[in-house]
Design a protein around this ligand. Sequence first.
Ligand code: XMP
Length: 508
Amino acid sequence: MQKIIILDFGSQTTQLIGRRVRELNTFCEILPYNKYPEDDKDVIGVILSGSPLSVYQDDAFRVDLSGIRGRLPILGICYGAQLISYTNGGKVESAGTREYGRQNLQYIDHTNPLFKGFEEHSQVWMSHGDSITALPVGAQKIASTATVENAAYYIPGEKPVFGTQFHPEVFHTLQGTQLLKNFVVDICGSKQEWSAEAFVETTVKELREQIGSDRVILGLSGGVDSSVVAVLLHRAIGDQLTCIFVDHGMLRKNEFRDVMRDYEGLGLHVIGVDASDKFLSDLAGVKEPEQKRKIIGRDFVEVFNAEAQKITDAKWLAQGTIYPDRIESLNITGKVIKSHHNVGGLPKEMHLQLCEPIKWLFKDEVRRVGRSMGMPEHLITRHPFPGPGLAVRILGDITREKIHILQEADAIYINNLREAGLYDEIWQAGAILLSEVRSVGVMGDERTYENPIALRAVTSSDAMTADWAHIPYEVLAKISNEIINKVKGVNRVCYDISSKPPSTIEWE
Ligand code: XMP
């Protein structure tokens, strides 16, 4: 399949470039800047990302493009454009102050294919501390702003090179998608074959070939990723798939029952394991967040393995790993700060091979794939939920009573978000029981001394950064009333207005 390679120089927006390219129904891969593949026969173009570094620093990330130039079209974005310039006879200098924000293009070369369809003075987004003060050899200027002379350049050729000082991938570059389309479709020649339907068709075929008549085990969590993997595998190999869904006792209210019902409705063979006694007894009295996580992780592997080992002829372990879990993002030192973390701890002696059919997809693509297979909407749009479940939303030690209180409050909260039509706008929401805190209240004629509930709701596109959701006061008022009136043990409700960073989404 045709693909675009995006070389990552450590910019925060590299993943966004990938998403924009995928939105153009074109497959792409994001690779560390120095890991361009040896075999690039399917590659139709290369994009160089931005970076927090300066190209003239001693420790800047550099890459030799001589093997690519002339064979494939190249688009350098911000640092990418500066790098091409700096290493090809141009000049890059500190702009003095960091330029950050909206600007309008004062000059655009409308004859250039990169700017096809561009309006006069189109708005772009700048974020840079350096400027290209001399263009690379053979280049011509194709756009300027009031303050940035070389806002974009072009080196003609059968396989041309382009550089933009601004970021076409971000929302505030109003015709950024048009620019990327011009590059990916017109200049690189993408046939725009990447779609959810095409993905399902080829993946099902590949899974059949890969797995043959073997048996596959899949751990289900109720979340969209593992559910989509289950349905894909079910299409490919039917009853050769066995799913395991572990209830650790800290799921949402009725979630185990509801999700099992959903899965059965999808025709999946699911073994539901109620292991709540084990988890809760191992967690008894444990307050420290990391220790709670460790116990849950360990118990999960034990319970899952015990079930998996009963399926003696299994050869594969399927997982809902998605692309952002695997992208090796770089930090300023060039070290990988995030790599594959989703592989579970199955014992080696089981000799299971990993099957990760959605490892190339972004979250929104996983959802599209699920929809294209006719999965129910509530499974597809379900908010992410942490593996350790409500354990990381009950501060302090965990008891069945606390779980019950939190489940009730959480259910009221989520139902109200749904009723208010806010659920789908929010990335993730949940209630937190501040069980280590008690405050005074009055109910009827009686004094109360009970726990508060905190409500958390965030907007995000990938959970790496998040903002608190601006839920209308009236909705918050209704939720607060309902929780305090209906949930025994709670006499106060607070709303968490912290963004990530510096706070995290979960409280523990
Ligand atoms: P934080 O709290 O780090 O969470 O901002 C980011 C995203 O990850 C989820 N999360 C987890 N998911 N196991 C998981 O499978 C975990 O231990 C875990 N901790 C946090 C969190 O819900 C959010 O979506």
